[in-house]
Design a protein around this ligand. Structure first.
Ligand code: IMO
Ligand code: MG
Length: 423
């Protein structure tokens, strides 16, 4: 069975943990969009691993991981991840990691441009500063450098020349900063190419062949539906398609080959970076939940903004991704609350919104309409079956199912691998 896991809010839903659990039963795990803006955390025993580019499944021996063509790869960051893992005793060989030659490379000028463009914006996006936006922009502008180009000195040289001719002029004339010298980038990136060459192949052909041979594939989405370049809270989004559709263009696997879509959803809502967030806490709850849920960005360390569960938002994700089952993560974090709220609609200028509005001004000013449920006031981390959860926790989950019109299959009640209930 081929499964895709997507985020249904603004990222950080706990995809890493779910992927870690599901990938044990899949032969191959694929990342298909985003780059090292992602931060997927997996806790095994006392060890914590944070993945930015490698699929979280790399921890399972004998499983193959693929970085698809839709991912933007910072080779320096990827090599660091591979080497750090190797230092911790996990070997990543060419048999276990396949990188698409079609994937675009994040270059040093992308990282610099990311910061410079942010500095010029009145409405800052709050990007991770990893050069993601400028890299995808070059891909679409048809001047990007791909992984396969790092393996061919002539192609790399000529593409770099073209890029630096344009970029250095922009750096100097628009931003008044120094440009880049071809020689140093060329040497550095050619060396990355040499190191990564054993992993580079046509991953689309590889994946389709393996699926022909009845191998099971797990597709690991990064970010979340509301960071999607088309359907997210534009322009406060990332530069790739983080909805389910991104897997087709980002891996070369057709939609008809995917059997099941699981959406990861946090039991409340968080967001890193700027942009509208209707159910954001205004009270002291913000600090309480942030501390209890350890809500700090795993890529940038920034404190995450926290708020109540927004069923209008998640219902939109359920529709767009045609979600088959939900995985509710971090339910344990709500365990101290007397009352728990769920947003069921928005109000703006006397009008009620039951669907996620498109207009930026509306979205930025809506008042959430809340429904209040009683909390369960207990530690749920010991529960191993749905029936062992407190009645009020079950009521919360069942209310969400009703509002979202989809069933909850997985309930995460702690960071450990074992702390998950499968219904
Ligand atoms: P995972 O996969 C949460 C956010 C950034 C910023 C916006 C654009 O861990 O869920 P970018 O650097 O992508 O141009 O920044 O997107 N962002 C994420 N927020 N989790 C992520 O990934 C994110 N990746 C990007 O904070 O608001
Ligand atoms: Mg993250």
């Amino acid at each position: 069975m081929n499964i895709v896991v997507v985020g249904s809010q603004w990222g950080d839903e706990g995809k890493g943990k779910l992927i870690d659990i599901l990938s044990e039963h899949s032969d191959i795990t694929v990342r298909y969009q985003g780059g090292n803006n992602a931060g997927h955390t997996v806790v095994v025993g006392k060890e914590e691993y944070v993945f930015h580019l490698l699929p979280s499944a790399i921890l399972h021996k004998g499983k193959v991981c693929v970085i698809g063509n839709g991912v933007v790869i910072d080779p320096k960051a990827l090599l660091k991840e591979i080497n750090d893992l190797s230092r911790r005793g996990i070997k990543v060989g060419a048999a276990r990691l396949k990188i698409s030659g079609h994937a675009h490379v994040v270059m040093p000028y992308h990282r610099i441009l990311d910061g410079l463009r942010e500095s010029k914006r009145k409405n800052k996006i709050g990007t991770t500063g990893r050069g993601i936006g400028p890299c995808y922009a070059d891909k679409v502008s048809r001047c990007g450098i791909r992984m396969v180009d790092l393996l061919n000195p002539r192609v790399l040289q000529s593409k770099l020349e073209d890029n630096l001719r344009e970029k250095n002029e922009i750096f100097q004339k628009v931003f008044n900063v120094k440009g880049f010298a071809l020689k140093s980038i060329y040497g550095e990136y050619l060396a990355y190419g040499k190191e990564l060459a054993p992993y580079v192949c046509d991953t689309a052909l590889y994946l389709n062949r393996e699926i022909d041979h009845k191998k099971s594939v797990l597709f690991e989405g990064a970010q979340g539906t509301f960071l999607d370049i088309d359907f997210g809270t534009y322009p406060f989004v990332t530069s790739s398609n983080s909805i389910v559709g991104g897997l087709c263009t980002g891996s070369g696997v057709a939609p008809t080959r995917v059997d099941r879509t699981i959406a990861c959803v946090k039991a409340y809502t968080t967001r890193v970076g700027e942009g509208p967030f209707p159910t954001e806490f205004s009270s002291s709850l913000k600090d309480e939940i942030r501390t209890k849920g350890n809500e700090f960005g795993s890529t940038t360390g920034r404190p995450r903004r926290c708020g109540w569960f927004d069923s209008v938002l998640v219902r939109y994700s359920v529709v767009i991704n045609n979600v088959d089952e939900l995985a509710i993560m971090k339910l344990d974090v709500l365990g101290d609350l007397n009352k728990i709220r769920i947003c069921t609609g928005y109000k703006y200028k006397g009008k009620i919104y039951k669907e996620f509005p498109m207009d930026f001004e509306v979205l930025s000013n809506v008042q959430p309409i809340y429904e209040e449920l009683r909390g369960w006031r207990s530690d749920v981390s010991a529960a191993r079956s749905y029936a062992q959860l407190p009645a009020n926790a079950r009521k919360y989950i069942e209310r969400l199912e009703k509002l979202l019109k989809v069933g909850v299959k997985y309930i995460s009640i702690g960071t450990k691998r074992s702390e998950i209930i499968i219904r």
